[in-house]
Design a protein around this ligand. Sequence first.
Ligand code: KG4
Ligand code: ZN
Length: 361
Amino acid sequence: MLGETPARVSLVLGIESSCDDMAAAVVHDGHEILSSCVRGQAHVHAPYGGVVPELASRDHVTVVSEVVESALRDARVEVSDLDGIAVTAGPGLVGSLLVGLSFAKALAYAAKRPVVGVHHLMGHLIAAEVATPGLTPPYMGLVVSGGHTALYQVGDSGAPELLGETRDDAAGEAFDKVAKMLGLPFPGGPAISRLAAEGDATAIDLPRPMSKRAGLDFSYSGLKTAVAVELERRGGIERLSPGGRADFAASFEAAVVDSLVGRTVRALRKFPHERLVVVGGVAANRRLRDVMKQAGAREGFEAIFPPMDLCTDNAVMIAAAGTRLLSRGVRDDWTLNAFSRVPIGDSPWRVLDSTSAESAP
Ligand code: KG4
Ligand code: ZN
């Protein structure tokens, strides 16, 4: 990242392609959404019950120009009107990231506009700020999606500090895998959630992952195995009645929600905040919303769930995060690359921190 004199940045195009959605958006002054286009790929991955990385990048390359054009057209702006282009640089599937990244760099190069790489999870957290007037740091953030389960404490400066993350599967990934075991379609979260509404959440005794472990990490692969073992013990999915399948869905959903809420409450007791934001696809889960809000009422924090189009992957969050970086004079050069994982402290996070040398004007 290069640091330059901060400039007024008002119109920013965001491009996001870290997983199975290709998205582009134009944001004005970091919060006013002028356009937001998202092209999903559920039809591509449904036959496999999960995202197939190579198919994701191949599909992205066929739609990226159309999605970006739609975003510019809907916002009624030309590339030459833009103050900069922000693009997700990671974490995510590298093949998918490279499609958005190469397109953003080419566009920025041709239009002589600055480009800035954005951390995907930083984007998710900032989406909550865009969606919630008056929400500014500090707050606690839970990012819970198909690729991530992580708790962040966002400090006064806006710099997020990672408090805990999953040691194996993400919560959404567990929903998708258990849905496959139960013969439900991809993506599994909504399907499990619908079926769970007809089941008894206490019918099957499943573990609450990590509940007895110290620290703030999550884990979902043991729970997934527990579901598989229990299914096997009952003679497999073929032997289950429709009601029995609903009981599995409800019991699994309750175990995931209890673990997410339990770890988050533990984090908030250790690091008190008045507000918690929950973002990512799993934030759509009705039970998670209800149980987290009840916990908030009991423990004294407000649980904020942004509207779903800003919870799931989108490019508004990347444009908004990019606006902040560009306004502080942060730009990338043409060597900007994709990364699948970023340990805390690496540059895409540190640029949010006003004490970071890289973001200093
Ligand atoms: O944020 P997202 O759209 O994409 C990324 O993974 O980044 O999240 C998708 C994940 C999928 O795993 C999906 O099964 C899960 O969110 N999901 C849900 C629900 N809706 C979507 N999980 C539980 N309950 C839901 N209602
Ligand atoms: Zn995401």
